[in-house]
Design a protein around this ligand. Structure first.
Ligand SMILES: NC(=O)C1=CN([C@@H]2O[C@H](COP(=O)(O)OP(=O)(O)OC[C@H]3O[C@@H](n4cnc5c(N)ncnc54)[C@H](O)[C@@H]3O)[C@@H](O)[C@H]2O)C=CC1
Length: 413
């Protein structure tokens, strides 16, 4: 049975049924307890992992050696779940994605109670006197529901997909300073739609997963190409750019992401790519070519810091030469070159307004935030703006209809 038919609405102020739905007053309590621990988030997450690993040492092996990013994600995930608690459809969507994605960590049903107990004990400790038996009961039911939805989704997914895909690097080429285009061949068919991304684990940082978008529509030969820039403070992307070679193996989690075209919509499109955010935008351009056949105009803006980093632009120009409805423009922000100079938000202000368009934005979080603001100022409604808060997608990726509520923020790979 599909998951959405299995879950009952979480909120039911009139008729609370024992053990399950949360009433409005209970949700308010849940939220106020989270606000209470929010300033102590760092200490609370350290404590959470400490007691979890002390009680269940076998769980430690599921996590990367360096827990810093993971710590950050736990609390953000929790905050996000609490934010969605009165929105059953989106909560189910989020838990489903989380449950499916957690399969790659080897997270089995048996671990959920251990995590839940550590979580409640941590909340109890850091909420101090605000923690009451009633609050403990509310949290316990909320956690139980989330864990149930995640395990159901994981079970459903296990019927059709592997927990992860092994993929062999078949091509590795440098496209700019510190930028590589890496093509892999998964050992089994890898389903995705253009604009989505995969999580990737490399042999150089076991159990550390980073996110990279497929730069194309699905191909007949099943290969996948990613754009990777070696972040100076990163652990995974520098290894992928500088050490990975054809013949190396990586692992991929299931495709995710909401940066996807609705094939039934025919509005004009504005697509904005900053740096390696070009990957999903290029995939959307390919799909628009398949779908549109000139039924709509597509404006693409590609931004880079320097001309050397403006890889991939010529490929787009060639596509534009063959498709009159496709316009592509590039902007360079940290160098003066003939053509467009400036940051993407500045350039979009010059070319807009795009209020009749559907807008898709991909790139560094700061750029996404400011481009989204420019588009909102130009009258693009939230409902027609799509972006993935890319650096923490499994936990905070935008949900249909909630795009306006999700901040773009995060850490570099
Ligand atoms: N689906 C998605 O949203 C995807 C996101 N990404 C993310 O894109 C980023 C790419 O990084 P790089 O290639 O190093 O980009 P970058 O730092 O070289 O910047 C690319 C462009 O964005 C502009 N920009 C950067 N920060 C800005 C800010 N705060 N305000 C306005 N404009 C700004 C730059 O001027 C330049 O035009 C990574 O963080 C990666 O995680 C990558 C692929 C897909």
């Amino acid at each position: 049975m599909p998951l959405h038919r299995r879950i009952r609405p979480l909120v039911n102020a009139a008729q609370p049924s024992p053990g399950h739905p949360l009433r409005t007053d209970e949700i308010a309590l849940l939220r106020s307890s989270i606000e209470r621990v929010r300033p102590l988030a760092d200490e609370m997450t350290v404590y959470f992992y400490a007691i979890l690993f002390q009680r269940h040492p076998e769980v430690r092996q599921l996590f990367p050696a360096n827990l810093d990013i993971q710590r950050d994600r736990l609390l953000r995930g929790l905050l996000h779940l609490v934010e969605l608690v009165d929105d059953p459809a989106n909560l189910a969507h989020f838990c489903r994605r989380l449950g499916r994605d957690h399969r790659k960590f080897g997270a089995v049903t048996a671990h959920y109670p251990a995590v839940g107990a550590a979580l409640l004990d941590s909340l109890a400790r850091f909420a101090h006197d605000a923690w009451t038996p009633r609050l403990a009961d509310i949290w316990s039911r909320a956690y139980g529901l989330v864990a149930q939805m995640m395990t159901d989704a994981a079970d459903d997914d296990a019927a059709v997909n592997p927990a992860f895909w092994n993929a062999r690097i078949v091509d590795h080429r440098l496209r700019g300073p510190g930028i590589a285009e890496i093509t892999v061949l998964p050992d089994m068919p890898y389903p995705f739609v253009p604009g989505q991304f995969a999580s990737m684990e490399t042999p150089w940082q076991p159990r550390t997963w980073r996110y990279y978008s497929m730069a194309h529509r699905p191909r007949p030969d099943g290969t996948l190409t990613f754009h990777v820039k070696a972040a100076t403070d990163g652990q995974v992307s520098p290894a992928l750019v500088n050490h990975a070679r054809a013949g190396d193996w990586v692992r991929l989690g299931a495709a995710q992401g909401e940066l996807v075209l609705n094939p039934h919509m025919e509005r004009d499109l504005v697509l904005v790519a900053g740096g390696t955010g070009l990957a999903p935008i290029q995939a959307l351009v390919e799909q628009a070519i398949d779908l549109s056949e000139g039924r709509r105009y597509v404006d693409v803006f590609v931004g880079a810091r320097t001309a050397d980093e403006l890889y991939g632009f010529e490929d787009l120009l060639r596509l534009a030469q063959r498709n009159h409805w496709l316009n592509v423009r590039a902007a360079v922000s940290h160098e003066r070159i003939p053509g467009l100079t400036g940051t993407l938000p500045e350039v979009l202000r010059r070319f807009g307004p795009f209020y009749r368009h559907d807008a898709f934005v991909a790139g560094p979080p700061g750029m996404v935030t400011s481009v989204v603001q420019v588009l909102l100022d130009q009258g693009v409604p939230h409902s027609r703006l799509r972006h993935d808060p890319f650096d923490v997608p499994a936990l905070e990726a935008s949900l249909p209809g909630r795009l306006d509520r999700i901040p773009a923020q995060g850490v570099r790979a």
